[in-house]
Design a protein around this ligand. Structure first.
Ligand SMILES: Cc1cc2nc3c(=O)[nH]c(=O)nc-3n(C[C@H](O)[C@H](O)[C@H](O)COP(=O)(O)O)c2cc1C
Length: 145
């Protein structure tokens, strides 16, 4: 099992409709391919975690890279993993622009700011820490329980 994490820049200003559009069309094909993960979006950037078999993660990443809804794609990590962190999530979308202001400013304090929002880190451990922090807030409009 492998986990790939990348960061990219959206070619248009990001909003919840766009994130939903991507995650809703991704879920069925990810489920069918045994892919799990999470897609974080700020107003300007994506941060995506993709978990699955070597070939499936690579095949999906090749499709994603060709998508002209984003550019400046940077791989943060590609690692062998023992277990999934996002089991059961065909592709969960999280818009950090949807977080309440108090939580957002705490996360900006911890991770830094980038173009008016939370800076998505470039270190693997920090990306997973950010996702975990957001998860712990329990303040997610997109969070299915
Ligand atoms: C930021 C971002 C994340 C995406 N994540 C996925 C994903 O997890 N699964 C998926 O099937 N498509 C995802 N897509 C869409 C793919 O890039 C592509 O449009 C889709 O898989 C259809 O590919 P095809 O037209 O080559 O069949 C994502 C697109 C973007 C811009």
């Amino acid at each position: 099992m492998y986990r790939l994490i990348y960061k990219s820049r959206s070619t248009t200003p990001l909003n919840w409709a766009l994130v939903q559009d991507i995650t809703m069309s991704s879920e069925p094909s990810n489920d069918a391919a045994g892919i799990s993960g999470v897609l974080l979006a700020s107003k300007t950037h994506f941060l995506q975690v993709i978990e699955g078999k070597f070939e499936d993660v690579n095949a999906l990443f090749r499709r994603i890279v060709r998508d002209d809804r984003h550019s400046e794609i940077s791989i943060i990590s590609f690692s062998v993993i023992d277990a999934r962190l996002f089991h059961g999530w065909g592709m969960r979308g999280i818009g950090t622009f949807n977080l309440n202001k108090e939580i957002e400013s705490k996360l900006v304090e911890k991770y830094g700011a980038e173009e008016g929002g939370i800076r998505f880190p470039l270190e693997e451990w920090k990306t997973l820490s950010l996702i975990n922090d957001i998860k712990l807030t329990g303040d997610l409009p997109s969070w299915k329980t």
